[in-house]
Design a protein around this ligand. Structure first.
Ligand SMILES: [Zn+2]
Length: 432
């Protein structure tokens, strides 16, 4: 179990405590619940307490970021106090923006007179990231802020990239690479190793020295673009020479198709991770805490040497020098945080042709409850009789109903049966 965050009566963050002690404090009315997720209590009388420095550690990923809070005690050594897996929502943001763009284009084509095209008069500010990536950076920044408000954090450690996209002349993420070509020598090699999984593309050999190989050879006019490069062992490289790929792999059409498809596909996830990690590092510096950066290789070594399984929050706990010796309590279960956003501003649903197809949206609340709030709900009778504590997944204005998930199914209840435990904050919570 995660430890419980504790605030003093002046909302000063104190040392997190064991769940059993938190229960006792609550039962004796010495504390009250401050937040459900992450579970935080506030003491009624004490204004201060002894604290040890806690390190907040992050392992940023493209879909999930691991978070771990580690404190050092004189006897037990370094112990993970609290951990979470933060799930990002990059894909859904991209999809919503694409939908919005399509709907607007359609409407303007129907309703607006012809207007001459505007020149490209829009500029992107420095450090601009695509919204789907920016949201990941914002998620992590937001959670460090929440954690600083709840625990005595003294230092931050972040895992950074294996290869530095700042040194890549054209990170694939913006698609420039296709137009402009080259990556810098060492970074290019690392990038290709990652993209081709450290394997000879032609024979599948691993753990052998690999050479950078032009798919369409230079002598036949092949370019130095990343999409024309792969990795081959020395033998395969020699054997292929300047033959076209189709001839060289005529006996193995499956492999041929796979190589062709893979060469064109950019290393999206990895590229995204690198861009995000760099941006996250910068974002975390804003809080005025010492931030240290560590390589992924070190994290993996720390984790494997200590015999821990792979999980995002465990990786986070193993980041950096302090990750070489860290005790993870056996009963530790991370909080699963999923970024959900805060709804949308679209007023009319549209059909697949982009025409309005439903009534315009009315209010966003029923009985002051809105989607994303955590409510306590008592249904006195019927099939769903019982007490529930859950996140509101949708509201219906027409009959003042709200829905929560019961047994994996969306289930509707009258809003008057519910009262709000915690306001929605753009995240959904669960325990692993
Ligand atoms: Zn080979």
């Amino acid at each position: 179990m995660n430890t419980v965050f504790v605030l003093s009566n002046t909302k000063k963050p104190l040392m997190p405590t064991r769940p059993a002690r938190a229960r006792r404090l609550l039962r004796d009315k010495k504390a009250a619940v401050y937040r459900m997720y992450p579970f935080t209590i506030i003491l009624k009388e004490r204004a201060d307490g002894e604290t040890q420095p806690i390190e907040a550690k992050f392992d940023p990923g493209s879909k999930t970021t691991g978070i771990a809070l580690v404190a050092e005690f004189p006897q037990q050594g370094r112990v993970v106090l609290w951990a979470a897996n933060l799930n990002h929502r990059g894909d859904s943001i991209r999809k919503r923006l694409a939908d919005r763009r399509a709907i607007r284009r359609n409407r303007r084509n129907r309703k607006t007179r012809y207007r001459q095209m505007r020149v490209l008069n829009r500029k992107r500010p420095q450090g601009w990231l695509p919204p789907s990536l920016q949201s990941r950076v914002d998620n992590v920044e937001n959670w460090l802020k929440k954690i600083i408000d709840r625990a005595p954090i003294a230092a931050v450690a972040v895992e950074t990239a294996r290869f530095d996209t700042q040194a890549l002349q054209n990170p694939e993420i913006s698609g420039v690479e296709y137009q402009q070509g080259e990556l810098a020598g060492y970074e290019l090699r690392e990038y290709l190793l990652e993209k081709w999984n450290r394997t000879c593309a032609y024979c599948g050999a691993q753990h052998v020295p690999l050479e950078i190989e032009h798919i369409v050879s230079r002598s036949k006019g092949g370019s130095d673009r990343v999409s024309n490069l792969t990795l081959a062992c020395h033998d395969c490289n020699q054997k292929k020479g300047n033959q076209p790929l189709e001839v060289f792999l005529a006996h193995d059409p499956k492999r041929l198709a796979r190589i062709k498809a893979h060469a064109k596909a950019p290393l999206k996830d990895a590229a995204a991770v690198n861009v995000i990690r760099y941006a996250i590092g910068n974002a975390l510096k804003k809080f005025g805490l010492p931030v240290s950066f560590w390589s992924g290789g070190r994290t993996k070594k720390n984790r494997v040497l200590q015999g821990y399984t792979k999980d995002h929050w465990i990786d986070a706990a193993c980041v950096g020098e302090t990750g070489a010796e860290v005790h993870i309590p056996q009963e530790m279960r991370p909080l699963i945080i999923t970024a959900t956003g805060r709804g949308h501003r679209q007023f009319t649903r549209v059909n697949k042709f982009g025409f309005p197809c439903a009534k315009a949206k009315t209010g966003k609340t029923v009985n002051e409850i809105r989607t994303g709030d955590v409510v306590k709900l008592i249904q006195p009778k019927g099939k769903y009789a019982g007490e529930y504590c859950a996140r509101v997944t949708a509201i219906k204005n027409s009959n003042n109903y709200i829905s929560i998930t019961v047994n994996h199914k969306q289930t509707w209840f009258a809003a008057k049966l519910a009262h709000i435990m915690q306001r929605g904050d753009g995240y959904a919570y669960a325990y692993a």
